[in-house]
Design a protein around this ligand. Structure first.
Ligand SMILES: Cc1ncc(COP(=O)(O)O)c(C=O)c1O
Length: 387
């Protein structure tokens, strides 16, 4: 395969993000990685470099499935109505999610992205007297909110194998308001088995019964490890367990801002009380509702991601670099040099890769999985940059 510059730069552009949201969700490094050192001060909305292969934010390179895209467009016909007064409405979507998980609509909460739910859970359960337990590194949104609320954040380092240290997290959970358990974890991509997660939940319920456990399953649909099982079906019956999922990843709707959570009725009621009424736009509801109607989409899209991910993992392994076992639409590779160096060299060749993830930023880079064609072109760039 030849890598002409024209081929490399012929690609789509992608979405931009609001400064404040980016900082809140992913920290200041993310902003600098996205915008360059002056982005935060310019007040401009960041733009992807023209034609860049964007492997930065774990988005789905294909966007929404075509029927969902059509439904999003059709949704604009209802733009003059509140999302409760159109079909499909927010309650239609809530019922569709509940049917899928085999629970009641009263066990489901919708969010403007699962990120909104991460924020609400932290608002509901952490405080200056009830600390947060999380991992390091993991997805940062919850810690950001906890710090804002004046709560202590106990960030438990990963094990040497790059896994969440569930024993240490269970110890730290005594007296905590909330535990944030990202499974699969971002940025490592690693996943814990059903038996490990269940044992963790049982331990925390025994030793700290007031503590809420938030299992973030943003990447659930991509998992290929057979020992994994979602907690979503069991959550309604488990005291103090909340599970969040998103339409931003496998369903390709990061720009539509829609996610959901599942838990026992009391937890959902509390989270509903913190919601902005009608927080999901009509086209977003319409797209998400339609995406759930096609049972063939999910396995097809998962297969596509798995193939492109395996190609990328093989590339790194064949060149002598270790990659943590990914069950997501990104990989975390030990490139043996600072991520910042790798990132700026890749960017010069038209490939954007993930931000720094302290404390592993001196050795590891996170690379989102694009289409197979994008990964083939990106790997040629990686080869050149790492040589
Ligand atoms: C682990 C994890 N949780 C939650 C989110 C938030 O996603 P969204 O708000 O788009 O649903 C992300 C986004 O990248 C994520 O990686």
């Amino acid at each position: 395969m030849s890598l002409s510059r024209r081929a490399l730069f012929a690609g789509g552009s992608s979405s931009s993000a609001n400064f404040a949201q980016l900082v809140a969700a992913r920290g200041r490094e993310a902003l600098v990685a996205e915008l360059g050192p002056f982005g935060g001060e310019s007040g401009l909305i960041p733009r992807p470099h023209q034609g860049e292969i964007r492997l930065t934010s774990n988005e789905n390179p294909l966007g929404p499935p075509p029927p969902a895209m059509a439904a999003i467009r059709d949704g604009f016909a209802g733009a003059g109505r509140y999302p409760s007064n159109v079909q499909p409405s927010m309650s239609d979507l809530t019922s569709a999610v509940a049917d899928r998980l085999g629970c009641a609509p009263a066990n489901i909460v919708l969010g403007a992205g699962s990120g909104e739910l991460l924020k609400r859970v932290a608002q509901a359960y952490v405080s200056p007297s009830r600390h947060l337990v999380t991992a390091s590194p993991t997805y940062l949104a919850t810690s950001g909110v906890a710090r804002y609320l004046g709560a202590e954040v106990q960030a438990v380092p990963l094990t040497a194998a790059g896994m969440l240290d569930l024993d240490a997290m269970a110890d730290a959970a005594r007296g905590a308001g909330l535990v944030f358990l990202c499974n699969p974890n971002n940025p490592t991509g690693t996943v814990h088995s059903a038996s490990d997660v269940n044992a963790f939940v049982r331990t925390v319920q025994r030793t700290s019964p007031e503590t809420v456990i938030h299992v973030d399953e943003a990447y659930h649909e991509y998992v290929t490890d057979p020992s994994y099982e979602s907690m979503a079906e069991a959550a309604p019956e488990m005291p103090n367990v909340f599970v969040s999922r998103t339409f931003s990843k496998l369903f390709g709707m990061a720009g539509m801002r829609i996610g959901y959570g599942v838990a026992g009725g009391a937890t959902i009621e509390k989270l509903q009380s913190l919601a902005l009424t009608m927080n999901i736009s009509v086209p977003s509801v319409s797209g998400a509702y339609t995406a759930l109607q096609d049972p063939a989409y999910e396995p097809r899209e998962k297969r596509r991601n798995t193939e492109a991910r395996q190609f990328t993992v093989d590339f790194f392994n064949d060149h002598g670099y270790e990659v943590l076992d990914s069950n997501t639409n990104f990989i975390f590779a030990n490139i043996g040099r600072p991520a910042a160096e790798f990132r700026s060299a890749c960017r010069e060749h038209g490939v954007g890769v993930g931000r720094d993830f302290p404390p592993m930023e001196k050795t590891h880079a996170r690379i989102s999985i694009g289409t197979m064609d994008e990964m083939q072109r990106a790997c040629l760039v990686f080869q050149e940059v790492l040589a």
